[in-house]
Design a binder for this molecule. Sequence first.
Ligand SMILES: Nc1ncnc2c1ncn2[C@@H]1O[C@H](COP(=O)(O)OP(=O)(O)OP(=O)(O)O)[C@@H](O)[C@H]1O
Length: 522
Amino acid sequence: MRKDFTEALKEIFGLVTDLPKKCLSLIPRPQVGYRVLSTPCTPTCPEAATCPYDLILTFNLKDEGFWVAFPKKRENNANITPALLLKFLLIVLENLQALEQEVDNSLVKNALQFLASQLDTNIFLFDRKGQVIVSQSNSPISISTFDLWKKLNQAGEPEGLIETTEGNFYYRAFTKNGKMAGILAWKTEPIQPEETDSYFSKDSIFIIPGKNPRFLEIKKLVRQIAITNNTVLLQGESGTGKELFARYIHYLSPRKDRPFIAINCAAIPENLLESELFGYEDGSFTGARRGGKPGKFELANGGTIFLDEIGDMPIQLQAKLLRVLEERRVERIGATVSYPVDIRIIAATNKNLQELIDAKLFREDLFFRLNVFPVHIPPLRERRDDIPLLLDFYLKNICLEQNKPFKIFSPEAVQILKNYHWPGNVRELKNVVAYAVSLCEGDIITPPFLPKYLLNGSLVSTPQPKVINPGFPNLESRKLKERLEILLAEYGHSTQAKRLIAQELGVSLATLYRWLNKYRLK
Ligand SMILES: Nc1ncnc2c1ncn2[C@@H]1O[C@H](COP(=O)(O)OP(=O)(O)OP(=O)(O)O)[C@@H](O)[C@H]1O
C-alpha cells in the first residue's frame, strides 16, 4: 500500500517522497494520521534560506512513517495550485480510509486550516449527515453551511462544481466501505483552466446524474455539441430527461446567459400554437392583444428555443417552422415584414418520426433540418446500473425539500426498484421516491412504503419490449380511461389540475394531453 501510494504521489504530482536524511532528523513524525509543515520545518534549520520545498507533509499510516514534500520548483515548473493541494489532500484522506485508519478530526481540521491559509480560499468539510467538521473561511461568505450542504446534495455526482450565490465551489465526496463518509467543498473563483483537469468532473455546474457507460458517452457527445450552434434532435421515451438535456446544452453553450424558451407543441391547442410560436401584429385576428405580441422565436432571440414534442406539431405549421430554420427570419401573424432571429433550435420527441413521415404526418424535409445532431436518450431500464445512484440523488433532494431526516432504501426495496421496468423512466422514479419519503417516517424505506403497483409480482422483472412510447405501466386502454376519469373528477379540468394528474401518473403533461385527446376527455 505504502509503495503504491508514494508512487502515485510521485507520478501524479511530481512530489518528493524521499527526503534527505538531514531533513528527516528535524521533522517531527505524528503519532497518528498526518501533519502539514510549512518550510522551514524548524526555525533552527541551518538551510532554511535555501530550502527547496514549499510544504512538507508527514504521515503515520499503520505505524509506518513517511514524508512528502512539495518542491518549490517542480519538474514542469508548474505552480502548486489550490486545486493541486486539495487533490493531494483528498488522496491522503482516501488512503487513510483505505487503510481503515480512523481519521482524527482534529488532525484533518488542522491540515485543512493550514491548507486554507495557504490557499486563500474557503473550505468546508461535512460529515455524512451534513454536520460541519471544518469550516475555514478566509474571507467572509454569507451562504449558510446548511444551504451549501443542500446544494452539494442536489448536485448528485461524487465530484464536480456547484454554483452558489457566493460563487463556485468545487466539491468531492469521499467514501468509506462503499458508503458516503463526507464531502469536502472549497471555493474557487474564478475557475482557472489549469484547475479543471481530468480529476474533476467536467460536467461543469449543471450536472445530470448517471454513470452508465452508454449514458456517459451521451453526456460527452452532448457536451461536444453544446458549444456549436447546431440544431439538436433529442429522442427518447417520456421522462428520460430530454428537456433536462436541452437545458444542459443551453447551459454549456455560449448562449447560456441569453433566454432558454421552451414550448410544448403537444400541450398547446392547435389554433394557439401558431400565435405562440410566431407572435402576431396588432389587430391581426379577433381577440388579438392590442399592440401585438412577440412569439417564442422572438423571445428566444440570442438564446435557445426548445421545441418539445415536435412530432405533435400540426403539418401546416411544420412548413412555417421549416422556413424559420432555413431563413432564420420570423414573420408575425398579420405582419408584412419578417424579423431576423439568432436562435439555436433544440427539438425533442418521444415518437418515431420515421413512422410519422411514412404516415405523412411529419415533413421529411423538416426532419432532415432538425436531425443535424440526433441524440437518443436511453430508457431507464436500459441503464439499470444507474438506478441506485438516481434513487440516492432523489432521496437526498426530496428529504431536504420536505425537511425530513435522511433515509435509505432497504436492500429488498432497492432490488424491487432495480428490477422494475420503469415505463415512466426517471420521472416515474422521482415520483416513487417522493411517494416513499412522504409515507415513511423511519430511517429505512422498506418495500411496504413503495407504491403497490411496484409490488405486484407480474410487473416486477418482466422484461419489456423496446417501444418508443409505452404509455402508463401495463394499463389497458379501458383501465387507463377509467383512471383518467376518476382523476379528472377528483382534481377537475384546470391546467393546474392536469399538472397534478400528470404528476400522479408519472407522465409528462404532454402525454396526459395526448391521452385526454385520445379518450375525448378534454
Ligand atoms: N438523468 C437524470 N437525472 C436526474 N433527473 C432526471 C434525469 N432524467 C430525467 N430526470 C428528471 O425526470 C423528470 C423528467 O425529465 P424531462 O422532463 O427532462 O423528461 P422528458 O424526456 O423531456 O419527458 P417528456 O417526453 O415526457 O416531456 C424531470 O424531473 C427531470 O429532472
